[in-house]
Write a protein that binds this ligand. Structure first.
Ligand SMILES: *[C@@H]1O[C@H](CO)[C@@H](O)[C@H](O)[C@H]1NC(C)=O
Ligand SMILES: *[C@@H]1O[C@H](CO)[C@@H](O)[C@H](O)[C@H]1NC(C)=O
Ligand SMILES: *[C@@H]1O[C@H](CO)[C@@H](O)[C@H](O)[C@H]1NC(C)=O
Ligand SMILES: *[C@@H]1O[C@H](CO)[C@@H](O)[C@H](O)[C@H]1NC(C)=O
Ligand SMILES: *[C@@H]1O[C@H](CO)[C@@H](O)[C@H](O)[C@H]1NC(C)=O
Ligand SMILES: *[C@@H]1O[C@H](CO)[C@@H](O)[C@H](O)[C@H]1NC(C)=O
Ligand SMILES: *[C@@H]1O[C@H](CO)[C@@H](O)[C@H](O)[C@H]1NC(C)=O
Ligand SMILES: *[C@@H]1O[C@H](CO)[C@@H](O)[C@H](O)[C@H]1NC(C)=O
Ligand SMILES: *[C@@H]1O[C@H](CO)[C@@H](O)[C@H](O)[C@H]1NC(C)=O
Ligand SMILES: *[C@@H]1O[C@H](CO)[C@@H](O)[C@H](O)[C@H]1NC(C)=O
Ligand SMILES: *[C@@H]1O[C@H](CO)[C@@H](O)[C@H](O)[C@H]1NC(C)=O
Ligand SMILES: *[C@@H]1O[C@H](CO)[C@@H](O)[C@H](O)[C@H]1NC(C)=O
Length: 477
């Protein structure tokens, strides 16, 4: 899949800061070329550039209380750390955190990681705390599974996501903490996941793989300006959290690395994810809220989430996914200004029998895609349940989901919308959606869904063209 990337893939994939003049020249040549062929692309481009100059773009700042200057600022070296890439720093990190824990509620603390390569096993964070990776700093994960000890499964999953029982802790872990900042000068956290992907591929994994960063039961967390790469499993997992900002991150994994989702807000509220570049082997962003009867019982929804200005690629998965674990409910979600290319899907809503729960009040708009196979997809899982205790009568519900202003070029298929048998849809609206490149005979594929579509190309399925009911809320704007 990597070998046949068209040449302009690599152009879009460079972050702005690295644009050189020859590249800019190439980009304008490309735009000129496109404008001759697809006039809408150029106007799209220029209007968005203009509106950027006119108004300040919206930001996540309301989601997070800024950290005051920390009273204590120390380097990992002061705790015996050695940044040679070979010496284990597990003890140094744990010693540093133990010390800094003493400053929570008393002015707070900051741990600096200098230029160098700092090998370590898993360590925990504390409250009123900043982890700061200076320019050139790399935190390198230990390859010894014993340095990723087994912890309890999440109550909303009932077991490890991949294997029964407990799960490996994340490399960087926080539980029950507040006022935390993980940031720096684009330092790197490298999970060295290959060993774990191989255990998964060769079916010798004993316990569910660990995340690169998991924050549980925590409030007021900022994760910014770093590169996270090669996570064993989902990369950033805020679960049972509130007021989380994830901004200016670069998240990378090989495009075939299994389950290396970028960011998975799970049973969390007030989460803002913006200005991130993600390329990985699974969804760039996936919003979740627990698994079947465990998630239904815990009833902890994901809500008030913004995903904005995220770009990237994932050849077998989606730009933004909702579900399939959505049993605690998902509501008040805004997804806007995405740019997704060379991917299997752009927007994907996944559910299944047994999930229960609901997805409501979701607004998805201003999505640009290139070479995305199925730009918009609703689907049901493949009978993936935690154990035999799932309830076949627990059918998910969908209400007030709007998808608008989508342009997809070189897509292979019109939207594929397959609901779960018996699931209910109220207020599903598709508006101003253009799929270019699909065969003129290509039709929307719809099963077990109902709703409205206006101003879409190609023409929508009959399930979405019911003009008998009052659809005034889904008219062209
Ligand atoms: C980190 O926190 C987890 C619980 O969240 C705990 O099981 C583990 O022992 C802690 N690790 C350290 C090094 O304190
Ligand atoms: C980091 O240190 C190495 C070796 O001392 C040096 O070559 C490199 O330029 C430094 N990088 C930064 C970003 O300071
Ligand atoms: C951060 O580092 C990554 C990986 O080296 C790089 O791709 C990205 O452009 C850098 N981001 C910034 C803002 O410099
Ligand atoms: C599976 O992968 C692990 C990690 O690379 C390796 O240690 C193990 O030997 C592999 N097992 C088989 C059966 O290939
Ligand atoms: C990210 O880095 C930029 C440039 O150094 C800085 O202006 C900005 O405040 C940082 N943002 C966050 C959220 O840390
Ligand atoms: C929906 O979420 C946004 C943040 O994304 C928040 O500002 C707004 O108050 C929420 N709306 C409701 C009705 O809770
Ligand atoms: C539908 O959802 C949007 C976005 O969350 C919200 O602003 C709107 O009030 C909702 N409308 C209804 C009728 O629930
Ligand atoms: C959706 O939004 C409407 C209108 O704001 C509100 O009445 C309703 O409670 C919301 N639904 C959910 C599940 O939050
Ligand atoms: C339709 O969507 C395109 C692409 O996002 C946008 O440029 C255009 O303004 C939208 N049209 C309307 C009527 O909203
Ligand atoms: C899609 O790709 C082909 C080349 O692969 C190109 O000729 C065509 O113009 C592209 N655009 C659209 C809208 O299909
Ligand atoms: C109107 O909507 C109801 C459910 O809201 C549905 O049962 C009915 O078939 C719809 N009628 C038409 C003509 O679309
Ligand atoms: C349709 O509903 C809107 C409010 O949602 C109302 O203003 C309008 O009068 C209704 N139209 C018909 C024909 O019932």
């Amino acid at each position: 899949m990597e070998s046949d990337k068209p040449h302009f893939y690599s152009l879009f994939h460079l972050p702005c800061s690295r644009f050189s003049y020859p590249l800019l020249f190439l980009l304008f040549t490309l735009i000129t070329f496109l404008s001759l062929h697809i006039p809408t692309t150029i106007s799209l481009f220029s209007t968005s550039i203009l509106s950027f100059q006119r108004d300040q773009p919206p930001t996540c700042s309301h989601f997070h209380r800024a950290a005051p200057r920390r009273k204590v600022v120390m380097s990992i070296e002061e705790f015996g750390g050695v940044g040679d890439g070979k010496t284990s720093n597990t003890v140094s990190f744990r010693r540093a955190i133990r010390y800094m824990h003493g400053f929570r509620g008393r002015g707070g603390s900051q741990l600096n990681i200098p230029n160098g390569t700092w090998l370590t096993g898993s360590f925990n964070l504390t409250s009123d705390f900043t982890l700061f990776l200076e320019h050139g700093a790399v935190i390198l994960a230990s390859q010894d599974p014993k340095e990723w000890p087994i912890i309890e499964p999440l109550p909303s999953y009932g077991r490890g996501r991949e294997r029964l029982g407990g799960r490996h802790i994340s490399l960087i872990h926080g539980n029950g903490i507040r006022n935390v900042v993980i940031t720096g000068e684009n330092g790197t956290v490298d999970g060295r996941g290959r060993m774990w992907w191989e255990l998964w591929w060769n079916r010798t994994l004993e316990h569910t793989r660990g995340h690169l960063l998991e924050i549980m039961n925590s409030d007021n967390v900022l994760i910014s300006n770093l590169t996270f790469q090669n996570s064993p499993f989902w990369t950033i997992h805020p679960v049972y959290c509130s007021n989380v900002v994830i901004k200016g991150m670069t998240i990378l994994a090989p495009l075939n690395a299994p389950n290396t989702d970028g960011i998975d807000p799970d049973s969390s509220t007030n989460v803002c994810i913006e200005d991130n570049y993600i390329e990985s082997g699974d969804d760039l962003v996936a919003i979740k809220s627990g698994w079947d009867h465990y998630g239904i019982k815990m009833a902890r929804p994901s809500s008030n989430i913004i995903v904005r200005r995220v770009s990237g690629t994932t050849p077998t998965c989606s730009g933004v996914g909702i579900g399939s674990e959505m049993s605690g409910g998902i509501y008040n979600i805004t997804i806007e200004d995405l740019h997704v290319w060379n991917s299997a899907a752009g927007i994907r809503i996944k559910s299944d029998k047994g999930r229960g729960g609901y997805v409501a009040n979701v607004s998805i708009s201003d999505i640009r895609m290139e070479r995305v196979k199925i730009p918009i997809r609703f689907s049901k899982g493949s009978n993936d349940h935690p154990d035999k205790g799932w309830d076949p009568k627990a059918i998910p519900r969908f209400k007030n989901i709007s998808i608008s202003n989508v342009v997809s070029i070189n897509s292979t298929k019109a939207p594929v919308l397959v609901g779960v048998e018996g699931s209910s849809f109220e207020g599903l609206c598709f508006k101003n959606i253009t799929m270019l490149g699909v065969a003129s005979t290509s039709k929307w594929h719809c099963e077990h869904v109902s709703g409205f579509a206006t101003d879409v190309f190609p023409v929508a399925c009959s399930e979405l063209l019911n003009s008998g009911n009052n659809s005034s809320w889904c008219l062209p704007s």
